[in-house]
Design a protein around this ligand. Structure first.
Ligand code: HEC
Length: 116
């Protein structure tokens, strides 16, 4: 018998680390850098606000308040932001926004950080 963990125990431990890392990185999308977050909030207030209302309570586009978006899925909302609605007035923001940017904006909309 050896005092060190057996090869099998070490292998299981290594696999657990890999699985844990995959679970964590999959669950939380990369957060944009703080400077980028400021840019995104500015874009939300100005560009998105020009159609969705300065307080995001609706205008040409529907309201994006917490009450309006909280029951809509993250995937539905991020896809709408990235790809737009070709038949409607909602432009596609892919190219200006990447997946992480869009996901971060959706989190802001759902948690109401931007509508006071
Ligand atoms: C030129 C006007 C315009 C601009 C600018 C605009 N939107 Fe929209 N948006 C719309 C319209 C119109 C709709 C509704 C489309 C429809 O009827 O299917 C919409 C729909 C949406 C939806 C889906 C809402 C729902 O309840 O289904 C989201 C989310 C959204 N916009 C986010 C954004 C974000 C974020 C920005 C800024 C990055 C933005 N929009 C900029 C016009 C705009």
């Amino acid at each position: 018998m050896t005092a060190y963990p057996s090869r099998q125990v070490r292998r299981v431990a290594a696999l657990l680390c890999v699985a844990l890392h995959a679970a964590i990185s999959g669950a939380w999308a990369e957060q944009p850098e703080p400077a980028r977050q400021q840019e995104l909030l500015q874009l939300l207030r100005q560009d998105c606000g020009s159609c969705h209302g300065m307080q995001l309570t609706g205008g040409l586009g529907p309201a994006l308040t917490v009450a309006a978006v909280q029951h809509k899925s993250d995937r539905y909302l991020t896809t709408t932001i990235l790809d737009g609605r070709p038949q409607q007035a909602m432009p596609a923001w892919r190219g200006i926004l990447n997946q992480d940017d869009a996901a971060w904006l959706v989190t802001q909309l759902k948690t109401g950080l931007i509508d006071d």
